[in-house]
Design a protein. Structure first.
Length: 255
């Protein structure tokens, strides 16, 4: 059995980090799939990410129904369906972020495509679609509040890491909490750098598909751990090291 308490603590840490790094503010959320029950996931109740604690974490079915032996500590997020639909469509995904990352949103409402310009940002990929809720559901408040909407968004995401949401934000899918946090932070940084690049030059040199593949594949555990340790320190949360393989000549305790 997995240490669920430790996983919930990691989810709390992830919320604090994403808030500190300007990816989440009072809104937005991150989830993790239940490691022993793949048709369930963990998510905080509807609370600002920077202030939530372990007792705020809910267990849910993929349809967004709260389950578990303990009474619910509060109201769930209205957009919990986003996460359930992505977990349903993507068995490979273990963690999902939905955010309103401020530098990213302009790319959801203009014809300018967001693509990676820096090696650390490669995991966002060169093929980032924009999902428009109005296409299928007409005029709404832009919130994804049921499974029909969420499944349509998950279909747009497809096998990718990221999909933008027109006039709203984005979704990011990852192999773990640390993986999806890393991608979400560097997507915001990439968007900010790209906007600046577009103001000072006629042409922007994006990463090639080959460079994206090379960098995405090279982001092994050591890189994730180095970032995670630093971000934990910035939000005064305990850092728990995970083992990783850095290749010949290194031990798993080297940093």
């Amino acid at each position: 059995m997995t240490d669920i308490a430790a996983l919930k603590q990691e989810l709390v840490t992830a919320n604090r980090i994403l808030a500190k790094e300007n990816v989440l503010d009072s809104f937005g959320h991150i989830t993790v799939r239940h490691p022993d029950k793949p048709n369930h996931f963990f998510m905080s109740r509807a609370r600002a990410p920077e202030v939530l604690v372990e007792s705020d974490i809910l267990e849910m079915t993929l349809e967004g129904v709260v389950v578990g032996p303990e009474p619910s500590p509060g109201k769930p997020y209205s957009e919990r369906f986003i996460h359930g639909a992505i977990f349903e469509a993507r068995p490979d995904v273990m963690s999902v972020v939905h955010n309103h990352s401020p530098s990213v949103i302009p790319f959801s409402v203009t014809g300018r495509k967001m693509k990676p310009i820096m090696h650390m940002c490669a995991p966002i990929g060169n093929d980032i679609p924009t999902w428009d809720i109005r296409t299928k559901f007409g005029d709404t408040n832009l919130l994804v509040t049921n499974m029909d909407m969420a499944r349509d968004l998950a279909k747009m995401l497809g096998p990718r890491t990221v999909s933008l949401m027109r006039g709203h934000g984005s979704v990011v899918a990852g192999r773990s909490i640390r993986d999806v946090v890393f991608t979400s932070i560097y997507m915001e940084k990439n968007a900010d750098m790209l906007i600046k690049s577009l103001t000072i030059g006629d042409e922007v040199m994006y990463l090639s598909d080959g460079e994206v593949a090379a960098n995405a594949g090279a982001r092994a555990g050591f890189t994730l751990e180095r970032g995670w340790e630093n971000w934990c320190n910035k939000v005064s949360r305990p850092y728990i090291a995970l083992e990783w393989d850095m290749g010949p000549g290194f031990s798993k305790t080297d940093k």
